[in-house]
Ligand binder design. Structure first.
Ligand SMILES: [Zn+2]
Length: 74
């Protein structure tokens, strides 16, 4: 797979993904992704994106303003 922006090569990596909800910011660490080794563009596949939605859904009624979750432990 090549980068959509610069045609560099995408390598397997992990990233920090942040989702803003109405009352809460959810920070998910160690999210598996593909990262461009030239420009740093990050691509998250559909399966991982779905898992992120599930994780975030659990925080929609959370009373904390910022939640930090580890993807691999969630
Ligand atoms: Zn790139």
């Amino acid at each position: 797979m090549t980068c959509f922006f610069c045609k560099g090569s995408m390598v397997e990596s992990t990233t920090i993904h942040t989702v803003e909800l109405k009352n809460c910011i959810v920070v998910i660490k160690n999210v598996p992704c593909l990262k461009c080794d030239q420009c740093g563009e990050v691509v998250i596949n559909g399966e991982v994106a779905q898992r992120i939605e599930q994780i975030v859904a659990g925080f929609e009624k959370a009373l904390t303003e910022i939640a930090v979750v580890n993807y691999s432990a969630a």
